[in-house]
Structures are given as C-alpha cells and as structure tokens.
Design a binder for this molecule. Structure first.
Ligand code: BT5
Length: 240
C-alpha cells in the first residue's frame, strides 16, 4: 500500500481519477488541503482546515465492473464507524453511507467509477473526516448539523495515526468483502443504522418518497413501505 501525500489539491478524487493509470491498486492519495472537495450529486465537501482528513483510495479490483463495487461506500462507512468506536464514540450510519455522531455528520464518502470508453479502469473511493475542526468553522456549514472528532473528544487527533488505522481496517477485510458483497457487512451495518423502523423521506433523482424504512436488503438497498406497498431504493438521500 502506497500513500501519496499532497500539500494542496482541488479534490483528491479528481486527482486520483485524472492520474489513475499512474497509480497501482490500493494506492492512497492524501491531501492536507482540498480547495474544491466534492460531495455526491454535485454537492461540495467543505475543507475545515489543516488537520482534517481528505483521502482517496485508488482501487483496481478487476478488469470489469462488478455490482458489489457499488457497496464499497457502505463497506467504508462500517470501517469508519468501527474505527470511531475505538476512539470511544457511538457512531450511527444513515443510509446509504453517512456516518453521524448524535445526528451530526462527521464524515462524507464519495465513490467514483473510472471508465475509458466501455472499459472499466477502476474506482476512486474518497473519504473526508472532520478530525481537527474549530466549532466556529463547523457552524459555517449551515445546511447540515456537523461535528468533528476533536470536538467530540475534546482533544487534538493525530492524523497520521488515524490514516494508518483507517487504511489497516479498510484493507483487513477488503478482499473478503469483494468476494461476499454487502451480506458480509450487513449485520455490522444494520446494528449501527439510525433510520430503520422510522418514517423517512428519501430524495431520489427526480422525486421524494416518504415512508417507513423497513430494512436494508442483501444488496444494501433501502426497503421503504408506503401505503402498504414496498419500494426498493438503490440511490438517494434520507432528508428527514
Ligand atoms: C458526501 O457528500 O458526504 C461525500 C463527501 C466526500 C468528501 C471526500 S474528501 C476526499 C474526497 N475528495 C473529494 O473531492 N471528495 C471526497 P454528500 O452526501 O453529498 O454530502 C455533502 C453535504 O455534506 C454538503 O452539502 C453539506 O451539507 C455537508 N458537508 C459539507 N462539508 C462538510 C464537512 N466538512 N463536514 C460535515 N458536513 C459537511
């Protein structure tokens, strides 16, 4: 596992995608500053200053795309949740891959698939974790409640140690996850899920669905019940 460290970059995901051919499988791109961090669906990831984590895993698991790769964000959310538990926190996962502390967002995960024409080239799995943020900067994120590990623990966090632990945990079960898929992490995911058996509204591409979040199926999809009918959602955001 090689770690490439950059002082500043627009986005570790964009950098990894643009230079994918130059990187071996399992390379980690880490930047101290990220000027144009990307969230899902064209949203932004805010850089809360030096000491916060911006990192992308370059993954080249095979020559062709496998559905299981879509669940890597959920795999990483479980890995992160377990790591935060080692720091004494009680993280919760909000479908599909948000990691929250007491309902506040501490991390964001973004997976991007790289294709060349019809050929699958690899994946870039990015993660941002608020490790050392100031409360005043956190409050500047107005559309969502957010927090940081240093704020939760009232102490500074050693970023190198955190990266090492995150990478070790990620790769410890990575091969087994690729063989078995979401089912391999399902119980770990469900036991940390904050949304099951509650009424939720989920924003998809074109609509918002409201209903009871009944379960997460073996493919990691959300099963929603609305007026006695069940819907299976593959992508979306739980808004409330
Ligand atoms: C995400 O998107 O949560 C995925 C974020 C992935 C960021 C990493 S950093 C390394 C790599 N390189 C990149 O360019 N990206 C990845 P989404 O679920 O769309 O959430 C975005 C929303 O989270 C924003 O609209 C804000 O509401 C909120 N947000 C933005 N920055 C935040 C922060 N630092 N802490 C907590 N919440 C934040």
């Amino acid at each position: 596992m090689q770690v490439i460290t950059l002082e500043e970059v627009d986005s570790t995901n964009v950098y990894a995608k643009n230079n994918l051919a130059a990187f071996e499988d399992k390379t980690i791109i880490h930047a101290f500053r990220q000027t144009s961090g990307r969230g899902r669906l064209n949203r932004k990831w805010v850089d809360l200053g030096i000491g916060n984590l911006f990192l992308s895993f370059v993954l080249k698991p095979s020559d062709c795309f496998n559905e299981i790769y879509s669940n890597l964000t959920q795999y990483l959310s479980v890995v992160l949740a377990k790591l935060l538990e080692e720091y004494g926190l009680k993280p919760q996962i909000k479908w599909p891959n948000d990691v929250l502390i007491d309902g506040k967002k501490i991390a964001g995960i973004l997976s991007e698939t790289v294709m060349q024409g019809a050929n699958f080239k690899g994946l870039v799995l990015g993660i941002g974790v608020n490790l050392n943020a100031r409360q005043t900067d956190i409050e500047a994120i107005q559309d969502k409640a957010a927090t940081a590990l240093n704020i939760e623990l009232n102490q500074n966090i050693d970023m190198n140690e955190f990266i090492q632990k995150l990478a070790d945990k990620f790769f410890a079960d990575y091969d087994e996850f690729l063989n078995k898929g979401f089912e391999f992490i399902k119980s770990d995911y469900i036991s940390r899920a904050s949304f099951l058996d509650t009424e939720v509204c989920v924003k998809g591409f074109n609509d918002i669905k409201r209903g009871i979040a009944k379960s997460v199926n073996d493919s990691g999809e959300l099963v929603l019940e609305q007026d006695g009918k069940q819907f299976v959602l593959t992508i979306g955001d739980i808004l409330c």
